[in-house]
Design a binder for this molecule. Structure first.
Ligand code: NAD
Length: 479
C-alpha cells in the first residue's frame, strides 16, 4: 500500500513558519513499517527566545479580547478541524499507527473539547462581596494567569493538544506548546486551524525539538506563568521541580496503572464487551487504559476464557486499512518495554493465554496479550505497561481487591463492574483515583474534570476545573 503524503514540519512562531536555515532535524517514523515520514526541525535557543517574547507580547493583546470574541475564534477553529477531519485522521494514523476509526473518534473528542472550552470562555465569573464601607466595592475577579508552556504526548496527540490550547485560550492566556517528537504534524495542523480562524499571531506558538532543552528553557523563563504537562511520571517530577524555582503553578497529567474490579454479580458479558475494546484501544497506549483486572472467583474462569478469545480475534495491522482493529505500538520504546515486562512476568510464574510476541520484523506491531497468574512482585504489576496487555488476577473478597487496586502510587483511573448498588458505592468511595468508572470506561466528556491523584498528577483538564487552571484570582477593594 502507498501511504498518503506527510505534511511539512516547521516551528510556528509569531505567525511565521520557520524551518531549514541550518536547524538540526530528526526523523519522524511511521510505526507501521518504521519508514521515515519526514524531518522535524529542532528549535534553536534563538527560536525559543523569539517564541517567549512573542507569547509575552501576544498575551497583552489576547487578554483584552472580549470573551465572546475569544469564544468565537476557538469555536471557529473547532469547525475548521471538523471540515478537515479526514486530513487530521490520516496524519494521526501515520504518526501513531492507530486505526482510522479511532483517529476519527479522537478528532471528534478534540472538537468537542474545543467547543466546550470555547463556550466556557463566556462563563468566567468573579463575584462581589459586601464592602465594609458605605459606598465601597469589594470585587473579586478572575484573570488569565499569563503565557503558558505546554507539553503534549504522542499517544492521543490531537485531543491532548487541542484541549490544552482551547482551555488556555478561553481563559485569555497565550501558549507555547511542544508536541511530542513523534507527533508534530497533528499539533501543527491544529495551530493552522487556529490561525485560519483568526487567532492573532503569537497567541499560539508551536516549538519542536529536543524535549529537555525546550522544557528547561521555557519553564526557567520568568515570562512563563503556568506549565501544563501530559506524559510520563518521571518527566513530570523533573518539570514540576523546575517550575518550583519560579513558583510557577503546574498541571500534571501523568501515568496510571488502572485497576478493574469485576464482581461476581456483574453482567460479565457486558463487562467483557466494554473491557476488551477499551484495553486494546490505541494499542493499549492510554493513561486510563484498563490494565490490572481483578476478577472474583465465581466468574474468573469464564472471564479469562472469553477475554482471551476476544483478544485473539483482534486484527492487528495497518491503521489505514479498514479491517484493522489495532495498529502498531507507536515507537520502538514501547516494543522493548512490552518484551521486557512480559518476559519478566513469565519468569516470575505468569502464564500467557494469548499473544506475547512481536509481529513481523519491521515496524512496531505486537500481539494483543493476556497474562494470568502474575505475582504482584512482577514489574508489569507495578510499572505501567502502556501497551496491549491485560493482566487478569483472581480475588475472593471485594475488600481484598480494593486493597490490591490501591497498592500502587498511581491514581488516575479505576473501574469496577457490579450490579449491586451497595457494592458500587463502596467501590466508588474506596478506589484511590481521580476518576472512577462504575460499569463503564467512559470519561470522554469535556464538561467533567480529567485528572489524577497520587503520582498520577495534580490539577485537571476539562470541566470548569480545566479553565480554572489558567486563571488567577484578584481582589480589588474600593474605599
Ligand atoms: P519517555 O520516557 O520516552 O518520554 C517521552 C515523552 O516525554 C515524549 O513526549 C517527550 O517529549 C517527553 N519528554 C521526555 N523528556 C522530557 C523533558 N525533559 N521535558 C519535556 N518533555 C519530555 O516515555 P514514553 O516511552 O514516550 O512513554 C511511556 C510512558 O509515558 C508511559 O508509561 C506513560 O506513563 C507515559 N505517558 C503518559 C501519557 C498520558 O496521557 N498521561 C501519555 C504518553 C505517555
Amino acid at each position: 500500500m502507498t501511504f498518503p503524503a506527510y505534511v511539512p514540519l516547521y516551528q510556528w512562531i509569531d505567525g511565521h513558519r520557520l524551518s531549514g536555515e541550518g536547524r538540526q532535524t530528526s526523523d519522524v517514523l511511521n510505526p507501521f513499517d518504521g519508514a521515515v515520514l519526514g524531518a522535524m526541525p529542532h528549535a534553536t535557543a534563538a527560536d525559543l527566545q523569539a517564541a517567549l517574547e512573542s507569547s509575552e507580547r501576544a498575551f497583552k493583546v489576547w487578554r483584552k479580547v472580549p470573551a465572546w470574541e475569544r469564544s468565537a475564534i476557538i469555536i471557529r477553529a473547532a469547525g475548521l478541524i471538523r471540515d478537515r477531519i479526514e486530513q487530521f485522521a490520516t496524519m494521526l494514523t501515520l504518526e501513531v499507527g492507530k486505526p482510522l476509526a479511532e483517529a476519527r473518534m479522537e478528532m471528534s473528542l478534540t472538537i468537542d473539547s474545543m467547543v466546550w472550552a470555547g463556550e466556557e470562555a463566556k462563563r468566567i465569573y468573579g463575584r462581589t462581596v459586601e464592602s465594609r464601607l458605605p459606598h465601597g466595592r469589594a470585587i473579586i475577579s478572575r484573570e488569565p494567569i499569563g503565557p503558558v508552556a505546554a507539553f503534549a504526548p504522542w499517544n492521543v496527540p490531537a485531543l491532548l493538544t487541542g484541549r490544552k490550547i482551547a482551555a488556555a485560550l478561553a481563559a485569555g492566556c497565550s501558549m507555547i506548546i511542544k508536541p511530542s517528537e513523534e507527533t508534530p504534524a497533528t499539533c501543527l495542523l491544529i495551530a493552522e486551524a487556529f490561525a485560519d480562524a483568526g487567532l492573532p499571531a503569537g497567541v499560539l506558538n508551536v516549538v519542536l525539538g529536543d524535549p529537555a532543552m525546550i522544557s528547561h528553557t521555557l519553564i526557567s523563563s520568568p515570562i512563563i506563568r503556568k506549565v501544563s504537562f501530559t506524559g510520563p511520571t518521571p518527566v513530570g517530577k523533573q518539570l514540576a521541580a523546575l517550575a518550583t524555582q519560579n513558583v510557577t503553578p503546574v498541571t500534571m497529567e501523568l501515568g496510571g496503572h488502572a485497576p478493574v474490579i469485576v464482581c461476581d454479580d456483574a453482567d460479565i458479558d457486558a463487562a467483557l464487551a466494554f473491557s476488551v475494546p477499551n484495553k486494546f484501544f490505541n494499542a493499549g497506549a492510554s493513561c486510563i487504559a484498563p490494565t490490572r483486572f481483578y476478577v472474583q472467583d465465581a466468574v474468573y474462569d469464564a472471564f479469562v476464557e472469553k477475554f482471551t478469545a476476544a483478544a485473539r480475534a483482534i486484527k492487528v495491522g495497518n491503521g489505514l486499512e479498514s479491517q484493522t482493529n489495532m495498529g502498531p505500538l507507536a515507537n520502538p520504546r514501547r516494543l522493548a518495554a512490552m518484551e521486557s515486562l512480559i518476559a519478566d512476568a513469565v519468569a516470575q510464574g505468569g502464564k500467557i493465554t494469548t499473544g506475547g510476541q512481536r509481529i513481523g520484523g519491521e515496524g512496531f506491531l505486537y500481539e494483543p496479550t493476556v497474562l494470568v497468574d502474575v505475582p504482584e512482585s512482577a514489574r508489569i504489576m507495578n510499572d505501567e505497561p502502556f501497551g496491549p496487555v491485560a493482566i487478569i488476577s483472581r480475588f475472593t473478597e471485594v475488600e481484598e481487591a480494593i486493597e490490591k487496586a490501591n497498592r500502587l502510587p498511581f491514581g488516575l483511573a479505576a473501574y469496577a463492574f457490579t450490579a449491586t448498588t451497595a457494592r458500587a458505592n463502596l467501590l466508588a468511595d474506596s478506589l484511590e483515583s481521580g476518576m472512577v468508572g462504575i460499569n463503564t470506561y467512559y470519561f470522554g466528556m469535556p464538561e467533567a474534570p480529567f485528572g489524577g491523584v497520587k503520582q498520577s498528577g495534580y490539577g485537571s483538564e476539562n470541566g470548569t476545573e480545566g479553565i480554572d487552571a489558567y486563571l488567577v484570582t484578584k481582589f480589588a477593594n474600593y474605599g
